[in-house]
Design a protein around this ligand. Sequence first.
Ligand code: GDG
Length: 727
Amino acid sequence: MGRMIIVSNRLPVKASKDANDQMIFTPSEGGLATGLGSIYKKSDNLWLGWPGLFTDVEEEKRAIINGLQKENMSPVFLTEEEITLYYEGFSNETLWPTFHYFTQYALYKKSYWKSYEKVNQKFCDALLEVARPDDTIWIHDYQLMLLPALLREKVPKVSIGFFLHIPFPSYEVFRLLPWRRQLLDGVLGSDLIGVHTYDDMRHFLSAASRICFVSNQHGEIDIDNRKVVVDSFPISIDYDKYANVAALEEVKKVEESYRKSMGNHKMMLSIDRLDYSKGIPARLKIFDLFLEKYPDWKGEVSLVMVVVPSRDNVEKYKDLKEEVDLLVGRINGKYGTTSWTPIHYFYRSFSLENLSAFYRMADVALVTPMRDGMNLVCKEFVASKLDQKGVLILSEMAGAAKELSEAVIVNPNDKHQVRDGIYRALTMSEQEQMEHMSIMQETVRKYDIHHWVKLFLDRLKAVHHKKEETETKSLNSIVKQQLLDKYRNSSHGILFLDYDGTLAPFKNNPQDASPDDELHAIIVQLTKRKSNKVVVISGRDRHTLDKWLGHHDVQFVAEHGVWFRGRDKEWVELAKLNGDWKEHIRPVLEEYVDRTPKSSIEEKDFSLAWHYRKVDTGLGESRAREIISHLKFLSVNMGLQVLEGNKVVEIKSNEVSKGKAVQKLMADFWGEFSLAIGDDETDEDMFRAMPESAYTIKVGDLNSEATYRVKSHKEVRELLSLLNQGS
Ligand code: GDG
């Protein structure tokens, strides 16, 4: 039974030395630590990460290792320079601003990148020391984007999940990064990639498609013959913990003491780490606007603003701190009276109990980040509102806005909207407050952190299981040997070979995919064995097949089963068809060619194909979808079918399919060995039509009716060459 190994930049505890120079470990309060606590503390599971302390002293390192071991944790020691360059540098001055759409703050420094690479490698080495192939590795966040691929290379079979806690930006923003390809390739080493929202998922898939040229179907990417699943898993909080703490007598007492010192009027609350993504200065300016527009509220409402010190070594954060200090001073100076302070500003962190007292006290939570992956503060506020009285004002730029739609949702850049949102929140009736709050509580209670952990891990297990299943389908050496033996021991064999993507690679221009010398040589050898029937079965028109391979002793099925050419080299129609429908469909396709530069129509005797291989990525796929839905009804009435191939949409009669052609040919075949190889949707009919004793092989994609699969046309050629050697 494999273990679970969690990996994150920081461990859920911080190591430090006490007054007696003894190593002590202080747990961090984060929601993630609580959520994952149920996992890493179990049996011999593990959490790997930086313990938050620099040391070169072997004795100290040993003390840290031993201390952590008892808690199921394992340290990755980082140097001060690494923290400066990899963490404060690349992670927080390059990735953080880019991913939060503050591209003007992003620094592109080679020294940062080099250190990021080095530290990711360091994490990989540390993992390799402890990980076993049957372990499940769950990697967290943007500091470790290269780690999944580094690990995959060393332990290909291991199950890897990756979760990104910050937003994944639009492709247009992500592409600005000089190291965009490496970062994506790194993450794509995972089996499952989790993000907070559907938009993050869309952005990731679009960037992967445009930068790494990998397409996806419903969030599943096929890459290097692996499936990578991308999905959204909105993170949450430990609801019960927040609700229980809020119910404590001592917390109620703290609330009372706050009230006493701050006044008995309405309170608005904001809690953030000091970060430009949280929109703190904008919020202060809006509070100023609010007091200007609604002067009756002067003396009647205060803003309690908790700002937790963060990243104060980074220049931008120092500037931000100064700006916030200045604004608070200005507003308090402008409006404050001897009996009323407009803003109670705390630049420090609080214990959970104190925080909970703030949540209890607040009539309104003002959560207005410019960008936030999720934002947990708003969920904590909701969970702490035991009497359901209170209003949440929530930025639509926070992932949480997707779930908490009963909040007063605002665009933080629209200062007048937020200003009026504050007014609405402060004047909302208690009944309305309770209606909204109860719905939000239901949501947060149901989808809590434990639900999130379970959802992600169950999905990872399922993805991994599917991978193992498909791996058993791969044409491994044992199956290959069985296939060869059967071929050699059979007096007669029939081989159905698709052409494009199976015998030859795809080309931008379909007419450029003519057979090369290697393929000709393979076919010469295959057909030398006279008891073999070699059938090239393709969607191509018969003239092209004739021109390219007609001189060989092969048989053809052309246009997916319309035409057949036997050894007598005469073409016959396998099905009686007419192509009158083409004049109705062609104009539709021509319209799409007019609208879609670089697309083209291929006309065959009994089918029409719209090719989009050369069309801009994304546009082609979107137009293909349009064509398919456009032709759906037309085609049914005309007895046609619309097929999606590899960068092509093909329309042909319902009467023909590769499957029907195979059935006909197999009816006359009495030999022992049969084989069918193909790569796209149209080959599935062929696989289905083959007898059970046949070898059916799918090239590439994993979902197929075929019994086995190979990676590419190259592997097909290798297999056919082996057949040749053995005969
Ligand atoms: C990243 C993403 C995503 C704050 N002050 C104190 C304190 N806190 C706790 C809060 C809350 C946490 O810190 C802040 O969480 P957020 O989600 O709001 O923000 P980030 O730290 O930026 O987290 C974010 C998150 O990852 C999870 O995926 O939601 O979008 O940026 O739990 O309560 N806790 C204590 N004292 C404080 O003074 N004890």
